[in-house]
Design a protein around this ligand. Structure first.
Ligand code: FMN
Length: 170
């Protein structure tokens, strides 16, 4: 529906979730929505949007703390708008039922504060040479592979389905 104002809010440590947020925004814009994209740490106001998409990568089994804090901070505004969330994790390069369950569990911390109408779970990107020393040590311990496993078709198709969800409350 034209004229709907949507915010795509993301957390991201190395940029891969930001790029997913931008891809989602692009799909929504193609459907005539008015879309802003911003990092959660830069957002000071969400009142006035009809709907919001909130995404974070998964680190050590959880959404990034700034994404959880964002949800807590704006919980009363979020109750007045349509909310969809997504999580990005490297384990989803292998989308077994167990890995999917763990990725869905990563958003457990926000459940008391928001009732998302949809939850997207996407594979991410891991490039060892880009990581901070502590992050590289953590990844080395789990002997993870590296690479970019983001599935842009899957992301675009999830974003396309949001059109019906992100409608203003009746
Ligand atoms: C230290 C560290 C811990 C991670 N922990 C998880 C995890 O628990 N589950 C998972 O699926 N992916 C995990 N990942 C992979 C990231 O979620 C993935 O690389 C994501 O695309 C990063 O997003 P960003 O570039 O927006 O920060 C981890 C990556 C790092 C570096």
């Amino acid at each position: 529906m034209a004229g709907r104002k949507i915010l795509v809010a993301y957390a991201s440590r190395y940029g891969s979730t930001r790029e997913i947020a931008e891809a989602i925004a692009e799909v929504l814009r193609e459907r005539d929505m008015e879309v802003d994209v911003a990092n959660v740490v830069e957002i000071s106001r969400i009142a006035g949007y009809d709907g919001i998409v909130i995404g974070s990568p998964i680190y050590m089994g959880k959404w990034l703390v700034e994404a959880v804090d964002f949800v807590k901070l704006f919980q009363s505004d979020l109750h007045k708008m349509a909310v969809a969330v997504f999580a990005v994790g490297f384990s989803m390069r292998d989308p077994t039922p167990d890995n999917r369950r763990n990725a869905v569990a990563a958003i457990q911390a926000i459940r008391p504060y928001v009732h998302p109408l949809d939850v997207g779970i996407f594979a991410g990107r891991l490039v060892l040479s880009e990581l901070s020393v502590p992050d590289r040590q953590i990844v080395a311990m789990s002997a993870s592979a590296e690479g970019d496993f983001r599935d842009w078709d899957e992301i675009a198709s999830w974003a396309g389905e949001l059109e019906t969800i992100l409608s203003p409350p009746a």
